[in-house]
Design a protein around this ligand. Structure first.
Ligand SMILES: Nc1nc2c(c(=O)[nH]1)N[C@H]1C(S)=C(S)[C@@H](COP(=O)(O)OP(=O)(O)OC[C@H]3O[C@@H](n4cnc5c(=O)[nH]c(N)nc54)[C@H](O)[C@@H]3O)O[C@H]1N2
Ligand SMILES: Nc1nc2c(c(=O)[nH]1)N[C@H]1C(S)=C(S)[C@@H](COP(=O)(O)OP(=O)(O)OC[C@H]3O[C@@H](n4cnc5c(=O)[nH]c(N)nc54)[C@H](O)[C@@H]3O)O[C@H]1N2
Ligand SMILES: [Mo]
Length: 719
């Protein structure tokens, strides 16, 4: 009785507010904030949301407490110790903004405005506070344009080249598939809320296949794990298509009506005999034959494409080749058939209205964020040099490749660095000025969604602590400080969000900001998952309206990326892009693999941590416990050769850098491969370094994506 009574009294004084998850994750869960006396007491998943279904992942389990982490940055601060020391003292916003203005004015006078460079990614995934939050400000300032390609840019470019800006298969429709290939995605960790649809299909008899270099959590739950060598997916997809074509398993009617370039694709696939593909991918011939035949003859057949496929030199073409498969067999005809990469294109976004690429002066230089290290150290010749960097929504010291080079750059005494953050991360510790940012329960936004088809509003539930400001307010403050007086800076949050979407589009018919304020989220008007087959009759969004086996976008080599991702409208892809997808071998495996460079014989891949979201929550005790310390999975044979015992510490290294980790000897990884997770805070690791101290700062063939999986290292026991 008494327990019940006390529960009731808590409920009586607790109010709820609807929100949405801020993280860079395909699931974008619907939140319910539980607030008592202006304190966030709990965050739960909305039971009515068809994807969230009332459950949050382990990362978000302690999200209410995350807001009250005593390490949060609550006030502007200035550096008092050496760069990297993490020593700071509180200052006023006035002092912070005046310092920024003074420094930037000096830099602009001496070097010009392009000596300033922003660096941002998706720490927060809001429309207003996310990837493009600062674009208008920096475009107006005339800074160097930062090309943001940490993730998805290779896959998206490849997807758009092949099928156009379409969402493709709804993940909820996976429940109706009979054959599901999860290709380079660890859904159980990274797309958890879509996994129930896979399980539903499985319960109805579907076969689940996972293509992954190692036996991931997801592979363990599948019917069939196919262990592929990293970076060889294009060869597998081309080989499968060769078998499908050779054996007459093509849907000729579909190909005839709705595809472009079949003859060219056929000629290309003919170069990929099953023996050659087996040699390249490490997959037995019989398995490749079985996979191709089963996939082509078990409708509806679905492919869930992960981002991981893009993280190698030929990643873009791999995604193109995989995306050709469904059209070749007519999989798109069926509900539950086809492929999904990221369905963001179904959202009628008009972010250019607020990110203002029109303010970029023609000819302004563009620097890719993954090259920040080289840009700062002078490895990349720049005139003018970068004299100031402004980091928000990102943690490059942990997440960018070749961390050693970046840290050397950030240590430059003449570099003026500002960072807006929640915590003093491994990146933030190099800042001269730290600015405090709000967390999700304290801010207002429509969340950008890349894994389902619901538009989601996040409403503030509690007041901002200390002197924290949302990113959108931060840039308003900076604009005022720099003396910008365009009307733009007076837009209210609602006006900003209204401008960011085309509310008259059919997908948003009947949906308004006011309705979202009441209900929190709405499904786009694009048909329901049990009947939707968006490309049953072609309708691809490519220039030809067909699935382009031969890409018309590649003919001119002038690739258009969406503004949301790149912050500006067009980018020229360097070098030649083959109109028909091809296999481009990994660089390090090819030029210095086991035979050619014996000192670095192991291929290291670094997928996502289960209990962190990139680096976020990597400083929270419950999540650190769940994730465990930095470890590497290594095959027992490779360990034995190096006298490495289970549970002992090892050093992983190459010429770029090193980190230490605990060895996990397991048959889940094949010989020659080692696996670790990205996301552990370097500063909380044994040597102050993590996996990106070893990764290479090169780019993939499309979208300037990173090549994190193309990384050769050696491992040794620590004496
Ligand atoms: N080796 C390796 N490296 C990788 C990858 C890999 O697979 N392997 N994956 C790559 C991929 S896919 C991605 S997406 C990138 C991710 O790289 P990042 O986006 O840099 O990753 P996060 O760790 O999420 O860092 C975001 C930072 O933003 C801060 N933040 C969060 N919310 C806010 C806010 O509202 N305001 C402000 N000002 N700051 C905020 C967080 O505290 C955090 O420090 O990493 C890439 N790096
Ligand atoms: N728990 C958790 N969830 C997350 C994130 C997180 O940090 N933690 N990050 C979010 C972000 S930013 C992103 S981009 C997504 C990414 O989500 P995913 O696309 O799932 O990416 P990863 O976890 O990096 O890798 C998925 C799988 O691909 C495999 N893989 C690596 N290289 C290759 C290859 O060359 N070919 C093939 N076929 N497989 C390969 C890896 O072994 C891994 O098991 O996850 C999002 N969700
Ligand atoms: Mo990502």
């Amino acid at each position: 009785m008494s327990v019940q009574a006390s529960t009731m009294s808590v409920q009586a004084s607790t109010r709820t507010v609807r929100g949405a998850c801020p993280q860079d994750c395909p699931d974008t869960c619907a939140f319910i904030y539980h607030v008592k006396d202006d304190k966030l007491v709990e965050v739960t998943g909305d039971p009515d949301h068809p994807m969230t279904r009332g459950g949050l992942c382990v990362k978000l389990k302690d999200f209410a407490e995350h807001h009250y982490n005593p390490d949060r940055i609550l006030y502007p601060m200035k550096r008092t110790g050496p760069k990297g020391s993490g020593q700071y003292e509180r200052i006023s916003w006035d002092e912070a903004l005046t310092t920024i203005k003074t420094k930037w004015t000096e830099i602009i006078d001496q070097y010009g405005s392009t000596a300033i460079m922003p660096h941002a990614y998706l720490g927060n995934q809001g429309t207003a506070n996310g990837l493009t939050a600062g674009d208008a400000f920096f475009n107006r300032l005339g800074s160097t344009v930062a090309e943001k390609t940490y993730c998805e840019s290779g896959s998206s470019t490849a997807w758009v080249m092949t099928v156009g800006p379409t969402g493709g298969l709804d993940v909820e429709s996976l429940a109706y598939a009979k054959y599901i290939i999860v290709w380079g995605m660890n859904m159980v960790s990274t797309n958890l809320h879509a996994w129930p649809f896979v399980l539903e299909a499985k319960a109805k008899g579907a076969k689940i296949v996972v293509i992954d270099p190692f036996k991931s959590r997801t592979a363990k739950q599948a019917d069939w794990h196919i262990a592929i060598k990293p970076g060889t997916d294009a060869a597998l997809a081309l080989g499968m298509m060769n078998i499908i074509i050779q054996e007459g398993l093509v849907d000729y009617d579909y190909v005839e009506k709705y595809t472009l370039g079949y003859e060219e694709l056929k000629a290309r696939t003919a170069e990929f005999s099953v023996e050659k593909v087996s040699e390249i991918t490490g997959i037995p011939v019989a398995d490749i034959l079985k996979l191709a035949r089963e996939y082509a003859t078990t409708p509806p057949a679905a492919i869930r494409e992960g981002v991981a496929v893009e993280r190698c030199p030929g990643g873009g073409d791999a995604v193109r080749a995989i995306t050709c498969l469904p059209a070749l067999i007519g999989a798109w005809r069926h509900v539950g058939g086809g492929a999904v990469e990221m369905p963001i294109y179904e959202f009628p976004m008009s972010v250019a209205h607020v990110s203002r690429p029109d303010w970029i002066k023609p000819g302004t230089r563009v620097i890719n964020e993954l090259d920040l290290g080289a840009a700062l150290t002078g490895k990349m010749k720049l005139d003018p040099p970068i004299k100031s960097v402004f980091v928000y929504n990102s943690n490059p010291v942990s997440q960018a490749p070749d961390a050693g080079e970046l840290v050397r750059g950030l240590q430059r005494e003449d570099l003026f660095m500002v960072c807006s953050e929640l915590f003093i991360t491994d990146t933030a510790r190099y800042a001269d000025i730290l600015l405090p940012s709000t967390m999700q329960a304290e801010q207002y936004d429509i969340m950008v969604t890349w894994g389902h088809l619901y538009i989601m509003l996040n409403q503030p539930a509690i007041p901002a602590p200390g002197e924290c400001v949302a990113n959108i307010d931060l840039f308003r403050k900076l604009a005022k400080t720099m003396g910008f007086n365009d009307d733009y800076w007076d837009l209210t949050d609602d006006e900003w969000l209204t401008l960011s979407y085309d509310w008259s589009s059919p997908a948003l018919e009947g949906i308004t900001l006011d309705l979202l304020k009441k209900e929190g989220w709405k499904r786009l008007n694009i048909g329901m998952p049990d009947v939707r087959a968006p490309h049953a009759e072609g309708n691809f969004k490519t220039p030809s309206g067909k699935c382009e086996f031969k890409s018309s976008m590649a003919e001119g080599g002038n690739m258009v990326l969406d503004v949301w991702r790149s912050g500006y409208t067009e980018m020229q892809v360097g070098g030649y892009v083959d109109p028909v997808p091809n296999y481009i071998p990994p660089h390090e495996a090819n030029t210095r693999g086991p035979d050619k460079s014996p000192q670095f014989p192991l291929n290291l891949i670094s997928p996502k941590p289960h209990a962190f979201l990139n680096t976020q929550y990597g400083n929270e005790t419950p999540q650190m416990k769940r994730q465990g310390e930095q470890r590497i999975m290594i095959n027992p044979a490779d360990a034995a050769m190096r006298s490495i015992a289970q549970g002992t510490y090892v050093r992983v290294f190459n010429e770029r850098g090193n980190f230490e980790a605990k060895a996990d000897l397991t048959e889940d990884v094949g010989a020659g491969l080692i696996v670790t997770n990205v996301g552990h805070w370097p500063g909380l690791n044994r040597t102050g370094t993590a996996v990106n101290s070893t990764t290479a700062p090169r780019h993939a063939n499309l979208g300037q994506a990173g090549v994190y999986s193309d990384n050769r290292v050696q491992v040794e026991a620590i004496a």
